[in-house]
Design a protein around this ligand. Structure first.
Ligand code: E4P
Length: 234
């Protein structure tokens, strides 16, 4: 298999794997976690940009120089023509920009046009299978189902991922399923089981992925026994 240089889905061993994106605009956190060597890309949204309190272009350029994989940046316009203009401008900020478009008819129109000129797109705020079909038909690179917000509304976010996966396999759609609005490590595992191609994860949730109390207990016992053994690793 040949790895696509920009949109990868391969682990460090070259095996097909779920991709991990960070859902953040906090540069310190991004650098800290990117240091692990397992971050494949990143997503932003207007609320995260607001939180960062840094000039927009400077922030995006800094993020794109840290994260080498796809970085989603959202357009904020109502008409498809404005979205296309913004998308073209955003795509010139760095070569790894993915243009995020809202799940509206104008967003879908803009997605069709940006796809025609080979600009990568992410149709965001997806809450239903019909919306996911539209994104795929428009040639979106990614569709972002918001699983946490569905759960917040007493619906089943992971079930949506499962259904989109089934539909995309039925028709061999190439659009990647990017599980978004992730609130817990369980969301990450369940999205992987449901077949999401990517999970975009806030840093505070990312930090919890490694945790298990039996790991902590096991380590404590191993360390204590090792210390008692008087052995050394040269
Ligand atoms: C995805 O691209 C969005 O930035 C994000 O996952 C939204 O998550 P929230 O529901 O926690 O705001």
């Amino acid at each position: 298999m040949i790895k696509n240089e920009f949109i990868g889905k391969y682990s460090i061993q070259g095996l097909l794997s779920m991709e991990f994106f960070l859902d953040s605009t906090d540069l310190e956190e991004i650098k800290r976690l990117n240091n692990l060597g397992i971050i494949d890309g990143l997503t932003t949204n207007p609320s995260l940009i607001y939180k960062a309190k840094t000039p927009f272009e400077k922030l995006i350029k800094n993020i794109c120089s840290e994260i080498k994989g796809p970085v989603s940046v959202e357009t904020v316009a109502e008409s498809s023509s404005q979205m296309i203009n913004q998308g073209v401008r955003l795509s010139k900020m760095a070569k790894n920009i993915v243009v995020k478009l809202p799940m509206t008819w104008e967003g879908i129109k803009a997605c069709v046009e940006l796809s025609k000129i080979n600009i990568n797109t992410n149709v965001t705020l997806c809450f239903s299978t019909s919306q996911a079909i539209l994104a795929a038909k428009a040639g979106a690179t990614y569709v972002s189902p918001f699983i946490g917000r569905l759960d917040d509304a007493n619906l089943d976010g992971v079930q949506l991922i499962r259904e989109i996966k089934q539909i995309y396999s039925n028709f061999n759609y190439k659009t990647k399923i990017l599980a978004a609005s992730i609130r817990t490590k369980n969301h990450v595992s369940q999205s992987a089981i449901a077949g999401a191609d990517v999970a975009t994860i806030p840093p505070k949730v990312f930090d919890t992925l490694v945790n298990h109390n039996l790991t902590d207990q096991g380590l404590e016992i191993f360390n204590s026994d090792w210390n008692k053994s008087g052995q050394k690793i040269l």
